[in-house]
Every structure is written in C-alpha cells, then in structure tokens.
Ligand binder design. Structure first.
Ligand SMILES: Cc1ncc(COP(=O)(O)O)c(C=O)c1O
Length: 491
C-alpha cells in the first residue's frame, strides 16, 4: 500500500492531531497524527489509542472477501508470539528454525507429488505474490539460458495466462519486463481456454500459468489439459515451455479433497508451484511457499550467498529480513492436523459452501457461478436479464447493504471479456460456521426484499475503482470494464 505525505497546507488543527478522550492524565493531551511525537507516552496509553482506532476496521470474522486466515488456535498464537524476535534470515543463529522450514518444504514437495528420487527445492515466501515473482524469475532465466545456448535472441520473453490471473502476475510481468499474453475470458468461460492459450505460445514463451482456483470464481483451471497440450506443442516445435501452477488457494484444498486430480508434479511440464500458507494452509497472513520440480529449474545466478551472518547462506528471496512466526505456525499446523486434520477441515468448509450455495439459490434471484469440487467459496450474480431490468438493484447495492450489517462481501466485475458480468463472492474459511452462513443468507434475502420495495436507489458507488479483487486501478494496462463500480465509499 502506498501512502502519501500530507502537505502542511492540507493539515488543520483538527485533522493534524489525535484527541484521545479518557479521564487519565496521559491521555488528555492531543497527539500529533502525522508527525513523530516529540515525547513518548506510557505503554498502556499507546496501546489504548491504537486499540480504539482499530475498532473502525471491519470485523475479520465477517470479512468474507479474503482468502486469508483470520483465526488460529491459541497454541499457534503462542508459537508465533514466542518467535516475534526471531529473524528468519539469521539461519546460522536460528538453525532449528531453518530446519523446520526445510521440513515444511519437504512435506509440501511430497504433498505435490515431487518425484521421490528427485531433487525438488523450495522456500518460504511472504505470500503467493513473492512466490510468483521468484517462480517467474526462474522461468525467465531458464528460458534465457536455453535460448543463449542455442545462439538465439533473448530480448522478448512472454508469459501466457488467463485474463483472470491475480494482480501479482501482472506485477511480475511489468516489474521483470516480460510481455503478458492474456487469454481472454468469454461470456461462458471464466478461466483460461487451453486451445486459446496454446495459440499464444511461441519460442519466446517462458511459461504458461494454470490457476488452481481462480480468484474470481474459485474454478480450477484445466491444468492437466494444459499439460497435455504443452507436451504436444513442445514436441512439435522442439521447445521446452514450462507450466507453472498458481495453487495459491487450491494447493491446500485439492490434495485433501480431490487427491486423484492431477495438477501437480505428476504432470511432466509442471516445473513449479506456489501456494499460500496463509490461505487454506490455515496460517495468519505472511507466508507462502514455492516449490520447484528439480534444482535444475532454479538457475544458480538467482541464488545469492551471504557470509556476514556466519556460515555460507544461499538465499532466494526478494527481501532479506522477515519474521519466522508464520513459518513456525505452518509447521504447527502440519504437526497438529496432518493429512486427516486438513482433510476434515477442508471437507467442513466444502459442506458450508454447499449449504450457502443452496441458501443463496433459494433466495430466488441469483445464478450461482462457482462450481462444486473447486475452492470452498460461493460466487453468484443477479440472474441473467434481471440485473438492470426487473430488479432495481445491482450486486454493488447488495454489497453496500450487507456492509451495513457488518458483512464484508465483495462485489466486482469479471475479467475481460466477461467484464459485464458482476458478481458477489463469499470465501468460506475456518471460523465461518454454518450458523453464520445461515444468518448471511437471511440478511441477503432481507436485503433484496428491501431493495425491491425501495425501487432503484443505488447505494453501491460508481467512482472509479477496479472490478478486480485487490487491484490498483492505476496499474492496469488492459481494457477496463466500462461500468467500473465497487463496494467502497458507501454511505
Ligand atoms: C490465484 C491467486 N494467486 C496469487 C494470489 C496472491 O496471493 P498472496 O495474497 O498470498 O500474495 C492470490 C490471492 O488471492 C490468488 O487468489
């Protein structure tokens, strides 16, 4: 998140100071809001100011927009709080933390069916975004090495993915100078099309991305079909284009709920996989993972060796220092839950999603866009023909009304060329019970009945913000939806 320094001319007496209201001595003086205070204050006072202000944030349990974990067991909290001061990069100083990290990589590589005799490698990242930058860089270097060895030009790399990719892929392409080639959606296909993707692949393609499950609708992309098509294309042209699987959410769902689905290292063209530990890995925000099929997929030039912390440390990351807590908490979940525990939890989430799906359907005004057997979420739209006609409301109005009850349910438009389809989405996470799902469905019904009784009064704002979840409008290079609306700024 970028923040701007306010100009002095923008500050007046009122907005430049915090004015805490307590009858204690330490909290009766104003505190500068945008300037480092000259004097400190007692710990309890600082705590109280922050605690009070955060009450204005949404309630994490009712935040149904996010895939990211909002609840962990108290013992996991303890593991994390005991390691707040442990910098993960200090491997020489904290060798057991490194060992635990390595065990997690091993467990994940096996979960993703890396070859038992193979030399898969991987590392923890801050989330799937960093993992994707690292995986993308490895693809680019691998492609360049091969091209150079053949005496061919290396100035125009491209990467192929569906227009439904999460914004981190667009960032990867822009930051690392790789041409993004988007497979557009259609009005009845909301993920990558295999044939359409293959048409975009050429000798300069560093990789093709398959998403297990789409951020927009939760749908699993046809990774196995992408693999088969790439095998054929590579054989035909003598290329070696790799497949990367963005399993940010599905990497902790498919292995437990659909173990027979082939989407991982069982497929020969899958060279790397990213997964978010902080999504269905069930860890608080701040951890992702990337695993490569083999050491060969991770060119040496990308690994830096440092000696100033003691010993020789190979590192591949975009940053240097970071906390260890989330990595240790991931290991806690692995020990605590095992395969059975994860399977039980994922099954429970799937059941809640299916319950909510039926409840949303029973309201009678909606069309369900999410599919069973994919991510445990519910994505729906106002039934075709109804949105701007008979029904005097849009999904943005519904989201704004639900927000008044505390529910944070995002409304957004799908990616090009399905951008005229606007949807609502509820991510079912641990902590979102069937009871809450029932209450949400009741509120949804009340909301549409209220909107219908009111006529066309729009609460959903129309000022320019993205139709894409989690995307800065300014960073877009592709055609944007004409009707660009969001749930932000509602009254
Ligand atoms: C498919 C997909 N890829 C990547 C990301 C980015 O993940 P993270 O938030 O872990 O950086 C997301 C986030 O929602 C996602 O859904």
């Amino acid at each position: 998140m970028l923040a701007r320094k306010l100009k002095t001319s923008e500050l007046d007496e009122e907005n430049s100071q915090l004015a805490p209201m307590y009858g204690t001595r330490e909290l009766c003086e104003p505190v500068p809001r945008y300037q480092l205070p000259q004097h400190g204050m007692p710990a309890n006072a600082a705590y109280q100011i922050i605690h009070d202000e955060l009450n204005l944030d949404g309630n994490p349990t009712l935040n149904l927009a996010s895939f990211v974990t909002t609840w962990m067991e108290p013992e996991a909290d303890k593991v994390m709080s005991e390691s707040f001061g442990r910098n993960f990069i200090d491997a020489d100083e904290y060798p057991q933390t490194t060992e635990i990290h390595n065990r997690c990589v091993n467990m994940l590589a096996r979960l993703f069916h890396a070859h038992e005799q193979g030399d898969a490698v991987g590392c923890a990242t801050v989330g799937s975004s960093e993992a994707i930058h690292l995986a993308g860089l490895a693809l680019k270097w691998r492609w360049r090495k091969r091209r150079s060895s053949e005496g061919k030009p290396t100035d125009a790399p491209n990467i192929v993915f569906g227009a439904n990719v999460q914004v981190c892929w667009e960032k990867f392409a822009r930051y690392w100078d790789v041409e993004p080639r988007y497979v557009p959606l259609t009005r009845d296909r909301y993920v990558i099309g295999v044939d359409e993707a293959m048409e975009l692949v050429d000798e300069n393609t560093i990789g093709v991305v398959g998403i297990l499950g789409s951020t927009y609708t939760g749908e699993f992309e046809p990774v196995s079909e992408l693999n088969d098509a790439l095998v054929e294309l590579n054989a035909k042209h003598g290329w070696d284009v790799a497949l990367h699987v963005d399993a940010a959410s599905g990497g902790f769902v498919a292995p437990f709920l659909r173990p027979d689905l082939e989407w991982d290292f069982r497929l020969p063209t899958v060279h790397s996989i990213n997964v978010s530990g902080h999504k269905y890995g069930l860890v608080y925000p701040g951890v992702g993972w990337v695993v490569w099929r083999s050491e060969e997929d991770l060119p040496d030039e990308l690994i830096f060796h440092v000696n100033y912390l003691g010993g020789d440390q190979p590192t591949f990351s975009l940053n240097f220092s970071k906390g260890s807590g989330q990595i240790l908490a991931q290991y806690y979940n692995f020990l605590r839950l095992g395969v059975e525990g994860y399977t039980d939890i994922m099954r429970g989430l799937e059941e809640t999603a299916s319950y909510l799906t039926k409840a949303v359907e029973s309201v009678g005004r909606f069309e369900i866009m999410s599919k069973p057997g994919t991510l445990p979420l519910v994505c729906w739209r106002v039934a075709e023909g109804a949105e701007r006609g008979a029904r005097p409301y849009t999904v943005f109005d519904i989201a704004a009304h639900l927000r008044q009850r505390g529910w944070i349910v995002p409304a957004y438009t799908l990616a090009p060329n399905a951008q005229d389809i606007a949807v609502l989405r509820v991510v079912v996470r641990e902590g979102f019970s069937r009871d809450l799902a029932g209450m949400l469905a009741d509120d949804l019904k009340r909301t549409v009945e209220h909107l219908e009784s009111q006529g066309p009064v729009h609460l959903g704002t129309s000022h320019a913000r993205p139709g894409r979840p989690g995307l800065a409008a300014a960073a877009r290079s592709r055609p944007r939806p004409k009707e660009d609306k969001t749930t932000r700024g509602v009254c």
